[in-house]
Structure formats: structure tokens, C-alpha cells
Design a protein around this ligand. Sequence first.
Ligand code: IPE
Ligand code: IPE
Ligand code: MG
Length: 256
Amino acid sequence: MIDKLLFWKKKKEISGDLLEEVQKHPVPRHIAIIMDGNGRWAKKRAMPRIAGHHEGTKVVQRITRIADKLGVEVLTLYAFSTENWKRPQGEVDYLMKLPEQMFSTFLPELIEKNVRVQTIGNFDKLPSHTQRAVQKAMDDTKHNTGLILNFALNYGSRDEMVQAVRKIAEECKENQLDANDINEETIASHLMTNKIEDPDLLIRTSGEIRISNFMLWQIAYSELWFTNVLWPDFTEEHLVQAIYDFQHRGRRFGGI
Ligand code: IPE
Ligand code: IPE
Ligand code: MG
């Protein structure tokens, strides 16, 4: 409720339409979102948690469309964490079916819109039917040059770092790399995000003010934006509001 009021209040303060306003300034090149609150959205409606996840995938599609329209280069969506395996088996099973469900209707649109699907996370540990659906989306869009829609699937930042350190150690052992030459670039290039720029803007929905093992290295200088809105209630207007706020912050990167 407060979110909504603030949104409309802010909207009135600025001249013209908020969408037009944000299009006058550079938009964040990489937006990352911790999509949280599906379970609570369902609970509020006395529905099973999976109903919230189902609703959440509709929001994924709407937010992808608006990000594409605004010219965002990368949209990273935290869909399943390395810790989410702790959930009841039925919920995990349902979450693992969502990519098939969503891409069955959404993939043709992504292909048409020149969107490229990518993932970060421990892909090999996903059920094979999930891997197949996601791999097909990646294969069918691999030549697309527009928005990169990057799903963090079975992703954990600490797991990513462990794997990076292992690879770096291996390269040192094989004499491909001198330990004294290891720098920030070495580490960044061994992370799963590799060639993807760090997020400019990180959004988390549902009122939780924490990072939950998401892109710990990459968000060093990201602007953080939190909202109480639950992910299934998150709209295009909320994204535009987050971008508007981002555009009115002063990023200094340690300078003055
Ligand atoms: C986010 O919503 C989706 C995933 C983590 C897979 P949650 O399922 O965490 O919803 P809450 O936080 O319990 O409301
Ligand atoms: C973070 O949400 C992971 C995803 C959104 C996929 P969680 O709901 O799993 O995070 P915690 O448990 O509240 O920290
Ligand atoms: Mg949650």
C-alpha cells in the first residue's frame, strides 16, 4: 500500500508520464532482480504456494517485454537458488517444470523479439527435463543480438566462487597461470557471468532486505532498490519507478 502511494505521489511530482521521463535518460544497462514473495502472495489468497510461482512467471514475461522496450541490455532474474532445494519436494518439482511451461508459449515471442536466453548457475544438477527446455530456449535464441534474458537457475554466488577458485587453481597447477598474475579481471572472467557486465541496478521484491547469495562479487557497486511489493504484484510501473530512482542517484564508484 505504501509502495503504491509513494509511486503515485512521485508520479505526480514529475512532469508528464513516468515512462516518457525515464526514456529521456540512460537506462541501466544491466538490471538484476531477486524475484521474491510468490509464496506469500499465494498465502494471502489461501492458495497453494505453487499458485504464486505460476503467477510469477506471468510477471517474468511482462517485465521482460518492458525491459526490452526500454533498451535494457541484460535482465538477470534470480529464479532458483542453490539453497531452494531445501523446500518441500512438491514445490521444487513444480518450480522445475516452470521453464517448460513458460517457454512453450513465450519462446516464439523471444525469438521474434531478438531476445537471447542465457543462464548462470549449476546447470548440470537440474532435472534433465528442465535442462532440455532451457537448453532449447538458449539454442533457439543463441544468434539473437537484443536483450539478454539471463536466468539464475540453481545459482548461488558462493558456489560460483568455489567453482571459479577451483578453475583458477587448476590453471596455476597446469602452469597456464602464475598466481602473482591473478587480479580482479582473472576472478571476474572465471565467474559464471564472465562476459556480462556487472548489474547497474539490483531490485528485490517482497520487503526482504537481504541478498540471499546472489551475485556477491558482481553487485559491489550496483544500486540497490527494495520494494514491499510481492513478485506476482510487481508491474511495469514498478520497474519504471525503480529505473527513475536509479537515474536520480549519484553513482561515485569511490570517487567524488
Ligand atoms: C520467490 O518466491 C521464488 C523462489 C524463491 C523460487 P518465494 O517462493 O521465496 O516466496 P516467499 O518468499 O515464500 O513469499
Ligand atoms: C531468493 O529468495 C532466491 C530467489 C528469489 C530465487 P529466497 O526466498 O529463497 O530467499 P530467503 O530464503 O528469503 O533469503
Ligand atoms: Mg522467498
